[in-house]
Write a protein that binds this ligand. Structure first.
Ligand SMILES: Cc1ncc(C[n+]2csc(CCOP(=O)(O)OP(=O)(O)O)c2C)c(N)n1
Ligand code: SF4
Length: 501
């Protein structure tokens, strides 16, 4: 049966099938490179770049080992930042240098997955030195593919820790001088001084023979992770024709003639580490560790007694710094946790401590949360007019906007969304503190959406608000927000530009 992944192109200039080009692509790759509006069959890498070769070798190894559905690929910052556009596996793209730390978290929470940390030499050996050393030293059961091209490719050719002695770069225009810039870092050798790693090898993309060795090393590193044997690391000396100013053939030769003498190819470690076990600390629940277990006599929230009528609720809370916008989000996720929901809270604010704009994304869900980002909110709590206008267009159809104001701005409209104006600041002011406006809004939110129980809200406030006079104001503010929603419905105090209320 014909292999659908093999494309055969016969050169029309050549007679009688004299010469045939055969290209094959691993089915582990996506069909098209969607990021490019045109040329979707091409990658974003320069011709002759080693990243493309390494991608192919990883894809083929994953496919041969049958690991596609179990793999989570952590891509770095650098030329390979878009690796997730190619690999049809689980993908996470992380901050510069942090891939081994993120991979650690992913592997520890999903121990049955194959977790790959893919990094360049700027990413791994400069900004991320600490992360790789400590992940290796802990013997994290991840696989690291370290693409060493002796330069920062993505940013235009600055010196990397791996830049060769005498090699010119934009930041070492006279060539690297050990007296000034130090010597190249040998990451494979450095990590091989540690006890915990199971497998460390350096390979090179200098010629076909070495590429075949790289292929075997990549496969072996993945097998080691599959078998649970420990930390595996493959350093791959890789051409960067563009920044080196060479054509692809010269660049490969340069790997062979210049890089390999500095970075000898070798298996530096190949054994299952003996890591002592036992004496593990007792397993404790998150609420025990954070000391948020319900106290005796407090509202018993150990078991959720509130029926959640949703699969998930996405909330955005926005206003000025100082209006308790971020705190309101934190209170809601605390309540969610006590009601045994999955929760996430993602703050966003400028450098100003007060009066700058601030907002947070809150997710409450019965299922694991994929992304903490709320791009289509079910509920928007807008603490000021700026936030109302800015975020209203992002509210999902059928969603709710709770606006801190006596009435809606005259020209404001949000079709398909229920908008409720609540004079929260005035209500809070009358209760003794304008600052409690966020709690008035919390009461309104709970009453309007019924997403969390009032009893949980009270128990959270009792635990979090230490000053008794403030606690009293907050209790009243919570009730006032709830009552406003109940009563305004009867008296028609809802802003209704869209005819909802
Ligand atoms: C915190 C931070 N610092 C600096 C940068 C700029 N930056 C982007 S990629 C990069 C280095 C990339 O070099 P390398 O890891 O060797 O990967 P390559 O592009 O060569 O594959 C740098 C310094 C950044 N994006 N983030
Ligand atoms: S700049 Fe270098 S590392 Fe980056 S894509 Fe081009 S050849 Fe590859």
């Amino acid at each position: 049966m014909a292999n659908e992944n093999v494309v055969t192109a016969v050169d029309p200039e050549l007679s009688n099938n004299e010469y045939e080009l055969v290209h094959s692509k691993s089915p582990l790759f996506f069909d098209l490179y969607e990021r490019k509006s045109e040329l979707k069959h091409q990658t974003h890498y320069c011709p002759g770049c080693g990243h493309g070769v390494v991608h192919k070798l990883i894809a083929e190894a994953l496919q041969e080992l049958g690991l596609q559905d179990k793999t989570i690929f952590v891509s770095p910052v650098g030329c390979s930042v878009f690796a997730y556009y190619y690999f049809d596996v689980g993908n996470v793209q992380v901050a510069h240098g942090r891939a081994p730390a993120s991979a650690t978290g992913i592997k520890r929470s999903c121990p049955n997955k194959i977790v790959i940390s893919y990094q360049g030499d700027g990413d791994l050996a400069a900004i991320g030195t600490a992360e790789i050393v400590h992940a290796a030293n802990r013997g994290e059961k991840i696989t690291v593919f370290f693409v060493n091209n002796a330069i920062y490719g993505m940013t235009g050719g600055q010196m990397a820790p791996t830049t060769l002695v005498g090699q010119k770069s934009t930041t070492s225009p006279w060539g690297r001088r050990p007296a000034n810039e130090g010597f190249p870092l040998h990451m494979a050798e450095l990590l091989a001084t540690l006890e915990a790693p199971a497998y460390i090898e350096r390979v090179a993309l200098s010629d076909n023979k070495n590429i075949m060795k790289a292929r075997r090393a990549i496969r072996k590193a993945l097998e080691i992770q599959r078998d649970g044997s420990g930390f595996s690391f493959v350093e791959i000396l890789s051409p960067c024709p563009t920044i080196w100013g060479k054509d692809p053939v010269e660049a490969r030769r340069w790997v062979s003639e210049k890089m390999i003498p500095t970075f000898p190819l070798n298996v530096f470690r190949d054994r299952k580490p003996e890591i002592p076990t036992g004496n593990e600390p007792p397993q404790r629940t998150v609420s025990d560790v954070l000391d948020i277990a319900p106290k005796a006599g407090a509202h018993d929230t150990s078991k959720p007694n509130h029926a959640h009528h949703f699969k998930d609720v996405k909330i955005k809370i926005a206003g000025f710094g100082g209006q308790g916008v971020l705190l309101l989000g934190q209170l809601l996720i605390e309540m969610g946790m006590r009601e045994e929901l999955e929760v996430s809270w993602l703050p966003s604010y400028g450098p100003e401590m007060r009066s700058g704009s601030a907002h947070c994304h809150v997710c409450l869900s019965k299922e694991r949360i994929g992304s903490p980002l709320v791009s289509h909110a079910d509920v928007l709590v807008a603490m000021n007019e700026f936030s109302l206008r800015k975020f209203a267009p992002e509210v999902a159809n059928g969603g709710v906007i709770l606006y801190n104001g006596a009435s809606l701005p005259a020209d404001f409209a949000a079709p398909g969304v229920q908008v409720i104006a609540i004079p929260a600041a005035e209500i809070a002011d009358k209760l003794g503190s304008t600052k409690a406006a966020n709690i008035v809004m919390m009461g309104a939110l709970l009453e309007e959406t019924e997403c969390l129980a009032s009893a949980t809200a009270l128990s959270v406030l009792e635990d979090k608000v230490k000053k008794l006079d403030l606690l009293e104001i907050d209790r009243n503010a919570l009730t006032a927000g709830r009552l406003f929603i109940d009563e305004q419905a009867h008296v028609g105090a809802v802003g209704q530009p869209d005819g909802f209320a």
